[in-house]
Structure formats: C-alpha cells, structure tokens
Design a protein around this ligand. Structure first.
Ligand code: G3P
Ligand code: MG
Length: 230
C-alpha cells in the first residue's frame, strides 16, 4: 500500500450517496468525485463473484428473495437502480482499471475467498499492482484463507466493536489495515493499531465535521458514501 495517501478517502459501495450502490455507475462516480480507493461487497453465487451487500436482492434491485437462490442469468437480468446491472468482480475491476485502489469485501464464506483469489491472480498477472488492492472481511477465517491463497494482496480486518486485545486480531491475521465502525474509534484503538504497524480505517463517515474530527484524532482513512465531502 506504498502509494496510498496518508489520509485515504474510500468510496463506500462505490459512492452510494450519489448512485445505486455497488454498481459500475457508483464506482465510476466515486472515481469522478475524487475517492482514492473504492470499496464494494462481493458474494459468490453460481460460480461468479457479484457485487451486492445484502444476502437478499430486495432492497437494492427490482427482484425478490435471496441472491444465492438465483442463477447467474437471473442475477444478470436484475435492475440495481437506474437501469444499472449487478456487476461481477471482473466487470468492476475492468471499469476501475486501476484508476483507484480497490477494497473488495468478502461477504460470503462459501468459497468466496478462493474465487476472489482466482480472479485477482489474473489481474496481478496483467500488471495490476498488489498494493492497489485490499481484501477485507468481517469473517476472519475466510480472510485468513484468502491471505494464504494470495499473500501478496494486502488484507483488512473488519470489526464492528473493540476486540479484547484491541487491534490484536488484525495483527494476528497479518493484515495491513484494521477497519472499525465509527462509534468504536478512540485514541487507544488508534494507538494500538499504529503500534502494531496497522493502518486504521473508519466506516461509514458522511458528515464533514466528523471526517475532520477523525482525521485530527489520527485515523488513516475513512469510508464514505460521499467522497466529494471529504
Ligand atoms: O468495509 C467497510 C464497510 O463496507 C463495512 O460494512 O456493512 O457497509 O459492508 P458494510
Ligand atoms: Mg462493505
């Protein structure tokens, strides 16, 4: 993550404040609005990695039910808002084309790590710098599996809370980043992450005053639905 800016703005689900989340339009919008990195969620279903946050398609598309009950052709037919499709990981990476760093969040643990590693191996072979990728998850065993498969790609441990030994779980995973929900950030967590050589990112921060406060506290980056506000 050598060329990552000291304070990193990460477009959340692309730039979901401005475009339907986890779509190609949201990714393109995030880049246009100046995000250094883009975050999106992926799930492995019917042999493909799809960009979707929820386990069901109801909130973000015109479909109904669980994503994993659908076949690839049915997912392709969904409208994710404004005529946008549900993209695959390959389509997302092709769109970004290394114009921003990419943070891929593993949302399922059904072989998702292995499937993402297979896709990323091709992009690395084509010259995408490993340090412009970050794979993260709340599911630390899945993240560990990814790390074992493709150790050259940095990983980020996601937590929604404060572990007993602070940033310890991220260090134990060999992560480069610890990402934490905004309500749990404090000086001690930041200090502990830094002492362990980790970057500390915060999600999801949309108010400019809060962005400034966190930056002054010493966090290294934040996920926002509105990269333009940062
Ligand atoms: O990766 C940061 C953030 O996206 C984690 O939460 O629920 O928005 O995927 P969520
Ligand atoms: Mg996410």
């Amino acid at each position: 993550m050598s060329d990552t800016p000291a304070f990193t703005i990460i477009g959340h689900r692309g730039a979901r404040g401005h475009a339907p989340e986890n779509t190609l339009l949201a990714l393109d919008t995030g880049i246009r609005l100046g995000a250094h990195w883009l975050e999106f969620d992926v799930q492995l279903v019917d042999g493909e990695c799809w960009l979707m946050h929820d386990l069901t398609v109801d909130r973000t598309t015109n479909g109904h039910g669980r994503l994993d009950a659908l076949r690839a052709a049915q997912i392709r037919a969904l409208d994710a808002g404004g005529g946008q499709a549900v993209p695959t990981l390959n389509e997302a990476l092709d769109l970004v084309a290394n114009r921003a760093g990419v943070n891929i969040e593993l949302k399922t643990w059904n072989g998702c790590a292995a499937a993402v590693a297979r896709v990323l191996r091709d992009y690395l072979a084509d010259g995408w710098p490993a340090e412009r990728l970050l794979v993260s998850s709340f599911h630390h065993p899945e993240l560990w599996e990814f790390h074992e498969l493709l150790p050259e790609v940095p990983i980020g441990a996601l937590v929604c809370g404060v572990p007993l030994d602070w940033a310890g779980p991220a260090a134990e995973l060999g992560a480069a980043v610890l990402s934490v929900s905004s309500e749990f950030v404090d000086d001690k967590l930041i200090r502990d992450a830094h002492a362990r050589g980790l970057r500390l990112y915060v999600y999801t921060v949309n108010e400019p005053e809060e962005m400034l406060r966190l930056r002054r506290m010493g966090v290294d980056g934040l996920f926002t639905d509105y990269p333009d506000r940062a």
